[in-house]
Design a protein around this ligand. Structure first.
Ligand SMILES: Nc1ncnc2c1ncn2[C@@H]1O[C@H](COP(=O)(O)OP(=O)(O)OP(=O)(O)O)[C@@H](O)[C@H]1O
Length: 293
């Protein structure tokens, strides 16, 4: 049985807003990405998973617990980073984290300190005066500090600078290695590509595709950019029977769409030419996303 199971989950806010008949299965140890444009229904799904909202119909379950009926238990077993952070009243980050640790019954702050150090956070600052990034880091520490087996992260890298985003990705990879199950939303395609095993795409409250990330990246249609050493070779190549996506005469450069089954033919043909460079333009999650929307 999957560790997280969402079945026919529906919440209709009217005027086409909400989520409709969402079905998702997330296995133990999986890092699962949830992607969609603004207002698609990501946070609404997550809020059901955390037991903040009662489903209109359908259900969400984590570790066989019903997310609504057993919501207090769910909150104990899941580390959660909300999409919009609103801290309870506390003077400093340190005080807030201390209170969180007490609530969670933590005996040691050692894991929290590891994450604080990796994120280079100074939690002693006034919570209200913290920058967006510092608040986000504090929320990440609060979610991870009890070392829970399940993490639900709603746009966890919002406000983090590129270096910290890389650090956070490294933390997620480490947590995955340690067997954690992670469900996360993100608008950063690279981040999803680097961390997630599987991605679900949501549009207008409905799931429109669920795919392993590797399958998306290993698209059978490849794109190659080839630059020839001479103009003569460039012109000669134009008579080859490949699909030309672009021709840049001044650079002696062509861009080709090549299906997997044509790759051998392409490389055989290229032996007859002097090549300056050949680059594969990788198919990305972003391109797949755009093709869906
Ligand atoms: N309590 C509510 N009452 C009415 N409409 C709501 C409510 N909560 C969310 N919505 C609407 O439901 C839709 C989905 O919102 P949701 O916050 O789940 O989107 P999202 O995918 O998380 O978007 P974003 O990427 O902008 O965070 C939006 O149109 C939103 O305005």
């Amino acid at each position: 049985m999957p560790l997280i199971e969402i079945k026919n989950l529906t919440k209709d806010y009217g005027e086409g807003k909400g989520i409709f008949d969402i079905n998702l299965s997330i296995e133990k140890g999986e890092v699962f990405g949830y992607v969609g444009i603004n207002g698609a229904g990501k946070t609404t799904t997550i809020r059901h998973m955390m037991g903040f909202i009662k489903p209109e119909s359908g259900s969400a379950a984590i570790n066989k617990l019903d997310c609504w009926k057993d919501s207090s238990e769910i909150k104990k077993i899941v580390g959660y980073v909300p999409g919009e952070i609103a801290f309870p009243d506390a003077p400093t980050g340190t005080e807030f984290l201390k209170r969180q640790a007490e609530l969670l019954g933590l005996k040691s702050m050692s894991f929290a300190e590891t994450i604080i150090s990796k994120l280079q956070l100074d939690p002693s600052a006034n919570l209200k005066r913290m920058s967006k990034g510092m608040k986000q880091k504090t929320a990440i520490v609060a979610a991870l500090m009890a070392d829970p087996d399940i993490l639900i992260l709603d746009e966890p890298t919002t406000g983090l600078d590129p270096l910290m985003r890389s650090e956070f990705i490294a933390i997620l990879k480490e947590e995955k290695k340690r067997g954690k199950t992670i469900f996360m939303t993100s608008h950063m395609f690279e981040e999803v590509e680097q961390t997630c095993d599987k991605v679900a795409f949501i549009k207008d409250g409905k799931i429109i595709a669920v795919k392993p990330t590797d399958e998306i990246k290993h698209h059978e249609e490849k794109v190659y950019q080839i630059e020839f050493t001479s103009h003569e070779d460039y012109l000669r190549f134009l008579s080859e029977e490949f699909e030309f996506a672009n021709k840049e005469e001044s650079k002696n450069q062509v861009t080709l769409n090549v299906h997997d089954r044509q790759i051998n033919a392409l490389f055989k043909a290229l032996k007859r030419y002097h090549i300056k460079s050949i680059t594969e333009i990788k198919y990305t999650l972003e391109k797949y996303f755009k093709s869906l929307y």
